[in-house]
Design a protein around this ligand. Sequence first.
Ligand code: FAD
Length: 533
Amino acid sequence: MSTTPVVAVVGSGPIGSAYARLIVEGSSDARVVMFEAGPQLTAIPGESVRNIADPADKERAREMSQGPQAGAFRESLGIPAGVVVEGMFTARGGTHLLDFGGEGAAHAQAFPAAAAATNVGGQGAHWTCATPAPSFSERIPFIPDAEWDGLIAEAGRLLHVQSAAFADSAVGEAIRALLEEEYAGQLPAGYGPSTLPVAGDPQPDGTMRWAGADAVLGSLIEAGHPLAERFELRDLTLVRRVERDGDRVTGVTVEDLRTHETSFVAADVVVVAADAFRTPQLLWASGIRPTALGRYLTEHPMVISTVALDADTMRRFATEEDLDAEKARRSVNPADPVAAVNRIPFSEPDHPYSLQVMYSESTPFPMPAGAAYADNRWGYVNMGYGIRKRPRVEDGAIFSDDELDYRGMPNFTIEYALTDAEIAEIDAATERLRRTGGTLGHFVAEPRLLPNGSSLHYMGTTRIGETDDGTSVADPYSRVWGVDGLYVGGNGTIPTANTVNPTLMSVAIAARGARALLATLGARVEAAAASPR
Ligand code: FAD
């Protein structure tokens, strides 16, 4: 091995970016080459598209992230001309359905809303930026509490987490007061209604600059910064295989999607952070197939609704003047209608769900003129309970050796079912949603369970575990069992049943992996320097 270590990172989302940043920051000489199958959307790599002010530019950035569903952009993204997308159903803006309906689409009837983003920054260029930390049984039992708290703090630093975002919103405060009153004495101390931590940097004018992979990469993408010299990002470059010599990784085989040329890039360590379906897909394509690969898929079943805030109820805790001041402040940034985000976090034993309440001046769907509560002066809350899914070996992706997807990678079928345990909690959460919504106002969209896959939080498919007993893909430091120099990153590493938005947790797991990686790199470099040449 050369004395200048090279780390190949596959995927440019928040998790690949966390590895890149921590490796370059934590080593005096390691180089990181990051490969991303999608295009760079913004001048600053990985920036949240929510920060793009011009609606046409924003729409364009979203469409370019949609891989096979990227319309007129598909050719420039290296999508083969023959790929056909059937039907009208698309995913949330900036993402594309895994089962988009044409040849080479994944088979996901049991998990139909499953979607991905293919662009620099990954889903992290499109995310809502909610960054609560896991609690109670959501935490990983085999990582000591004190260490975990430090990892969460490190993840918060990387993601620019603000725990009191929008705390100065009088309407947001009134919503919290109403929820506190309703649930007084029924939730453990510290787990009642609170502001939802979000990733971003509040601006002097009261708006938020939302964090994407750019925030995580930090100095690595600052022009002229010395650390930037040891970081390289190659967009529109698909990693086709992780290569090995025996049980040791030697690098990656990549395809430049502009020229379709394939080449080998040597690396001492490879980190695959290519999302919860495409990470196991790449390992499978590389002949790395631990028993648990792709299995134990979990997400957050979600029950959602929209409520028009009731004027009399709100006036118990906020004044008309407060509302006018809030509207004036929000008019600075009409493109970003979210004004305050509250929550009631997961707690045990009585509240095994997490509630998110987003206050907004408009509904997320058009309301017919004259409909009850259209143009509601006090605005609306879009509310949802996230419910946990127990990990089961039966749920997950089955990869094929015979059928290829639209990119020529092994295609897969997603198997998934809700069990009685989830259905009971979904029913209980639906009742809660009725109660919580009724506390705040009038339903303009009734509570409904979203189709499987809607959460965009897919976990467990490359889960970490304490022992190599067939129920995990990697060890507690995210090192793939049995393959020296290979790490996995992303929501797929999360092994628990939980309701927490997963990115902060995945960055914390990645921070632990990066520390182990740096320790190994150092030892390898010393060994290489000491060995006779
Ligand atoms: P990703 O961000 O998905 O990035 C993976 C990247 O790998 C992609 O860009 C992909 O193109 C690339 N890739 C895949 N295969 C290859 C290959 N073979 N070669 C090269 N590159 C490859 N999470 C939260 O915690 N809070 C939220 O509020 C929240 N809201 C969300 C809202 C939306 C609309 C969406 C879409 C997601 C949301 N999420 C949220 C999820 C969050 O975005 C993800 O948890 C996070 O982005 C995961 O980061 P990642 O780096 O593991 O993967």
